[in-house]
Ligand binder design. Sequence first.
Ligand code: ADP
Ligand code: MG
Length: 248
Amino acid sequence: MSTLDIRGLTATVAGKQILNGIDLTISSGEVHAVMGPNGAGKSTLSAVIMGKPGYTVTGGQVLLDGVDMLALPTWKRAAAGLHLVMQYPTEVPGVQLDAMLAEALRDRGREKDVATLGATLRAEAGRINFDEKFLDRALNVDLSGGEKKRNETLQMSVLKPKIAILDELDSGLDVDALRDCARRVMDATREDNLGALVITHYSRLLEELRPSRVHILVKGRIVQSGGPELADVLERDGYATFSATFSA
Ligand code: ADP
Ligand code: MG
């Protein structure tokens, strides 16, 4: 059982305050959705949790099982069990997918999994309809938007993080790829007790990836939290009603 605890998190980007005090607790097996309009700070939240350069934390804490993530470099946060599926996955020419995963597994002391990596990759590719021919490519190079998200989902299923953050898994993805990726994440919550923080603009993703909790993020603050029905309210009424509840 693992818990990601975000407490009073504030952060600036380029000298501008973007996160205004975020409190969120995600435990193993749970799916939490963070929904918000463009520019609300959703990607900033994911960047700050993982330690992307250029984002300055000005207050608050990010704890994974009580360990201060903010004090660690990004790779150590990942080794500790955090995994980010990026909104716009980066292409890394010259770095093969399997070589990168083998290094990451070694880093986590999982030599046994390195030995079976080839078979695991083929099995996992099959589960999400990711063409095996892409397994020998450099990371994300020359992949379509949908293939990149399948590739990111594949990495998650091999590395088996404790908590995954999915930043707009649904952006740049066709419906088939969306369903394949969302189902694989759902399966991981059941099979591996993955906790998921699902960041999205639209409620469509949440038809596949059923959240237990929904949080509305407006102007860097969570203005409302509730059950899955909150996503339906949002679909019907838009963000306007929630924005009105927030005064800067
Ligand atoms: P969302 O993902 O909710 O659409 P973002 O977190 O990407 O929102 O952006 C929130 C705000 O922070 C926006 O005003 C955006 O322009 C700004 N911002 C985000 N990243 C950077 C950056 N690296 N440099 C400058 N401004 C940024
Ligand atoms: Mg974003």
